[in-house]
Design a protein around this ligand. Structure first.
Ligand code: URA
Length: 447
């Protein structure tokens, strides 16, 4: 392996080419070289096309544990790192590697705050066909995800939680790299995902972290083995950096819950906070909370921890906390309530019906994610403006029975033409069989 020497910031163009070439040819980058790349790209001294070439070289050549650590720390240190005052309440968070319909963070954050944790959740936007917490939150009228570090600390101390995005002052390197990876096919890389996630989580000054590492058709890791490898890398590095971390390995062949698309997922999250909503979403929310209760010694066993989390969720407190969060982050609570009780908020709603009777054998999260992106719920370029109200709900899930003519899902679209295109494509997402298939668990392993 070639070792690439660090270079001075004065001769950016020629030396950065050397770094790209070194990584392209399988060389290892020194910590200084990685720090320099992150610093200069964040400062706008390295153009997008060169950074994209470096990302693609990393995608193909990978990174050693040392390089991944250097990239993560350089990205963390591209902005401020939160420092919370001493307090009884542990500082915790959860992060997912990304999926379709994966709205767990929305009900989980207020639940954790009500369980006595402090939650400074820094999230990202949609990436590839997977949804992003920031895009979901921004479908709430007036809600801002741009909080500066002092406001995050203040809000977490007083309310127990804040949900924000990377900014010019917090992990700005991830803000820029994330957007570039999204449109250059460089997302599914273990070192890049690890650095992206852990730079944000380490900047939060956490005591404990629960990771949801997804595998399957709509996940960045297609197989359980790849997800396990990613989980091991994340857990090892996070623990090495002093954060008590566990990872759940979860299934992303089928969307989580019955709704996917930014606003539709907010609405389903409220169902979960109000004791309704899909069982798989509730199970994952409760399990993430239970792991954190157990990890931080607040429950002696996972069984007790799950009961504690379920009891708190059903108490209605997290639902009230959610409203307080909306108000704290500039949201218009009345407009939010009106939107919540209104029917479909996109211009068009159209049902897709089963063409035969039988059991749902497949509800393909990848196709559904692509359809939502094409409806305008995700991005094809950095400039794409998200349409918050489009998406799919009322999804029929594997194992369920439908008669011919019953609804398989409902499409929310901006135009009749896009609803029609979605409907044609969605027919491929479902398979119906005569016999029910065996039920698949959501959580496969804990690392
Ligand atoms: N979530 C992130 O924050 N970054 C990734 O790269 C993938 C999922």
């Amino acid at each position: 392996m070639k070792n690439v020497p660090p270079d001075s910031a004065q001769s950016v163009a020629p030396s950065f080419i050397a770094l790209i070439e070194a990584k392209r040819d399988g060389g290892a980058l020194t910590s200084d070289a990685i720090t320099w790349f992150v610093r200069d790209f964040t400062a706008g001294r390295i153009p997008d096309y060169q950074a994209a070439a470096m990302l693609m070289a990393i995608f193909f050549r990978g990174m050693s544990a040392g390089e991944t650590r250097a990239l993560t720390l350089a990205m963390r240190d591209s902005g401020e790192v939160l420092k919370f005052p001493d307090d009884q309440r542990p500082v915790v968070d959860k992060h997912s590697t990304g999926g379709v319909g994966d709205k767990v963070s929305l009900p989980l954050a207020p639940l954790l705050a009500c369980l006595g944790f402090r939650v400074p959740m820094i999230s990202g936007r949609g990436l590839g066909i997977t949804g992003g917490t920031l895009d979901k939150l921004e479908s709430i009228p007036g809600f801002t995800t741009q909080l500066d570090p002092s406001r995050i600390i203040e809000q977490v101390q007083s309310l127990g939680l804040a949900m924000a995005g990377q900014t010019e002052t917090m992990v700005p390197a991830d803000k820029k790299l994330y957007a570039l990876r999204d449109v250059t096919g460089t997302v599914p890389s273990i070192p890049l995902i690890t650095a992206s996630i852990l730079s944000k989580k380490l900047a939060e000054g956490l005591d404990a972290l629960i990771m949801d590492v997804k595998f399957g058709a709509a996940a960045f890791m297609q197989t359980k083995e790849q997800a396990r490898e990613l989980a091991q890398v994340i857990v090892t590095l996070a623990r090495d950096c002093g954060v008590n971390t566990r990872a759940l390995i979860t299934d992303m062949n089928t969307p989580l819950g019955r709704a996917a698309g930014n606003w539709l997922e907010v609405r389903e999250s409220i169902d979960c906070l109000e004791g309704r909503g899909p069982a798989d979403l509730r199970e994952l929310v409760i399990d993430c909370a239970a792991q954190l209760l157990h990890q931080t010694g607040r429950a002696d066993s996972l069984v007790v921890a799950r009961e504690q989390a379920a009891h708190c969720l059903d108490s209605g407190q997290p639902r009230r906390k959610w409203d307080e969060l909306i108000v704290a982050q500039g949201g218009d609570l009345e407009a939010f309530q009106r939107k919540l009780t209104a029917g479909p908020t996109a211009p068009m709603a159209r049902e897709l019906k089963a063409d035969r009777t039988g059991y749902i054998a497949r509800c393909d999260a990848k196709i559904i994610g692509e359809v939502i992106r094409d409806l305008g719920g995700g991005r094809l370029t950095k400039e794409t403006v998200i349409q918050p109200d489009v998406g799919i709900d009322e999804l029929a899930k594997p194992g369920e029975f439908r008669k011919a003519g019953e609804v398989l899902c409902r499409i929310h679209a901006s135009t009749a033409a896009s609803a029609e295109a979605a409907s044609l494509r969605l027919k491929e997402a479902f398979a119906i069989a005569d016999e029910p298939s065996s039920a698949q668990p959501i959580i496969h392993e804990v690392i």
